[in-house]
Design a protein around this ligand. Structure first.
Ligand code: GYE
Length: 325
């Protein structure tokens, strides 16, 4: 009897030791297996569309950087429609990607789908544009300070129109973070002697920039002495409209826009655009760095801002060859 209980105690002790040691080994082995590298990372990316030169450069940066790093990228183009972006995010959740990146076309309406990603344990990184959602629904936001861009554009308009006068505004996509912030930032710095007589959306495209500028010219003609366009593409479309109307862009109508794409440098070299405020689309390298860190459990800052400048006609020709977008 005594021998039997000693044996039982010995057996129990054996299992406790074995149990404990295997218990402490397993999580360590799991953690090692789970640590992701660029080569094992699977990313789902829901892009907005191809509305501008900026967007084309942004898409190229996301795709080319994935290829360079060996990241498995699943990419979709929503053709400017929020419902297509939501459907793309849902398909990435269903496929079980490691991390999702997306540029929210507008600021609102993302809670449900981001909650679904959170419930599935998939971190989401907002790239370029920000959505208006609670902090716990995204890992980080990587993008520009659009309010600061709007303020810089206002300062430049003041410098170009010291006597003041009437100006018009081409707004970006209605409800998008860059349109909202570039609208309000501009008004923060614009001088009192400059009056914005009309402000309409051109949806960040050349075609609509031209169309809306034609309507402005029809309504106000040569009363207009300045144009603020929320991106270069709309400004380039508007330049055509101004020329067709018989005024000289850059001279009769001073033009300030945002992005600093190649087309803007070409327009500055031709004297048709006065200023472009930079908004950097080359977000690929920073995006994958943040994506890998998020997947491996790192807490990321709420916002990682990109660095930007302002460019003028006088050295546009020297700088153009170095421009990457
Ligand atoms: O300025 C515009 C593009 O979200 C910052 O979107 C981006 C904007 C960019 O269509 O050209």
């Amino acid at each position: 009897m005594r021998k039997l209980s000693l044996l039982l105690i010995a057996l129990m002790a054996f299992f406790v030791v074995v149990g404990c040691s295997s218990g402490s080994d397993e999580p360590a082995a799991d953690e090692a297996a789970e640590a992701k590298t660029m080569e094992t990372l699977v990313v789902g990316y829901a892009q907005i569309g191809a509305e501008s030169e900026w967007r084309t450069a942004n898409t190229a940066s996301i795709k080319e950087t994935a290829a360079q790093l060996g990241v498995d990228l699943k990419f979709s183009d929503a053709q400017q429609k929020q419902e297509n972006q939501i459907a793309a995010i849902r398909s990435y959740i269903a496929e079980g990607v490691d991390v999702i990146g997306f540029s929210p076309v507008v600021e609102t309406g993302w809670e449900t789908v981001l909650q679904e990603a959170k419930d599935a344990g998939i971190p989401v990184i907002m790239v370029d544009r920000r959505a208006d959602v609670p902090r716990d629904l995204y890992a980080t936001y990587l993008g520009s300070d659009f309010v600061a861009e709007g303020r810089k554009a206002g300062d430049e308009m003041n410098r170009l129109l010291p006597e003041g006068g009437k100006i018009v505004e081409l707004v970006g996509t209605v409800g998008s973070a860059p349109a909202n912030d570039r609208y309000s930032g501009f008004r923060e710095t614009l001088a009192d002697n400059i009056e914005i007589i009309d402000s309409q959306s051109g949806d960040f495209t050349r075609a609509q920039g031209k169309e809306v500028m034609e309507a402005f010219l029809k309504n106000y003609g040569d009363e207009i002495v300045g144009l603020y366009a929320h991106n270069d593409d709309m400004a380039i479309g508007a330049i055509q409209a101004i020329e067709e109307f018989g005024l000289v862009p850059g001279v009769d109508i001073k033009i300030v826009s945002i992005d600093a794409v190649r087309g803007a440098f070409e327009a500055m070299i031709d004297g048709k655009l006065n200023v472009t405020v930079e908004c950097n689309p080359l977000l690929g390298p920073q995006f994958y760095d943040l994506a890998l860190r998020a997947v491996n459990g790192e807490q990321l800052p709420e916002w990682v801002p990109s660095e930007e400048s302002v460019y003028y006609p006088d050295n546009a020709a020297d700088l153009l060859p170095e421009r990457q977008y």
